[in-house]
Design a protein around this ligand. Structure first.
Ligand SMILES: [Zn+2]
Length: 199
């Protein structure tokens, strides 16, 4: 498969890709390089796909419509589900891959996104310091789409090309670095399929 994605290593931005830069990011600690790719799954509301909610969560304005539909039930234009339990979270990821394979970047890859939380990889804690977090729009028990695998494989190849400290050998799920606390991307994610695409 050809690779259509590339990253400007100076800015840490994907070229020609939708960007919605998040305030939920900061600098990596001095000397920390991207050395691990963490795959996540996310859906808002849980189990539902589409909508602007992931953008809003990662930009800190998920609660901006609250009050227009306080029940979070039904309703038409302008209403939104009840996200009060998560609206105050300060989280992000470097990129999200939607169900149709569309990539949105939220944080430059050279910066630290806030995706992993309390975590550890091979004895090294605080994975946000040295990882790239990629969210697939999905749910633990729902098959991810062909387009998502294609985009994810392209993105990982582009990352490895831009950052020599990354490797397809250091590729994990959120559940691997936060066991007992996180389950994403879940059993629906086909690791052998992804690994075969990266050979
Ligand atoms: Zn996650």
């Amino acid at each position: 498969m050809h690779n259509t994605l590339s990253i400007d290593a100076t800015t840490g931005l994907l070229i020609g890709t939708r960007q919605v830069l998040s305030p939920h990011a900061d600098a990596r600690p001095p000397g920390a390089q991207p050395a691990l790719v963490v795959v996540h799954g996310i859906s808002l509301p849980a189990g539902e796909f589409g909508g602007p909610w992931i953008d809003r969560l990662f930009c800190g304005n998920l609660g901006s419509n609250r009050g227009s539909n306080p029940t979070g039930v039904g309703g038409g234009g302008g209403s939104q589900p009840d996200f009060s339990a998560i609206a105050g979270l300060r989280v992000s990821a470097h990129a999200v891959i939607r169900r149709a394979g569309e990539i949105t970047q939220y944080v430059p890859f050279g910066a630290r996104a806030w995706h992993a939380g309390e975590s550890s990889y091979q004895g090294r804690a605080a994975c946000n310091d040295y990882s790239v977090g990629i969210e697939l729009e999905g749910a633990d028990l729902v098959a991810y789409t062909d387009a998502q695998y294609d985009s994810l494989a392209q993105l990982i190849r582009a990352l490895c090309a831009a950052y020599p400290t990354l490797s397809t050998e250091r590729l994990v799920g959120h559940s691997d670095i936060a066991p007992g606390r996180k389950t994403d991307p879940g059993p629906a994610f086909d690791w052998p399929r992804l690994r075969a695409m990266l050979v």
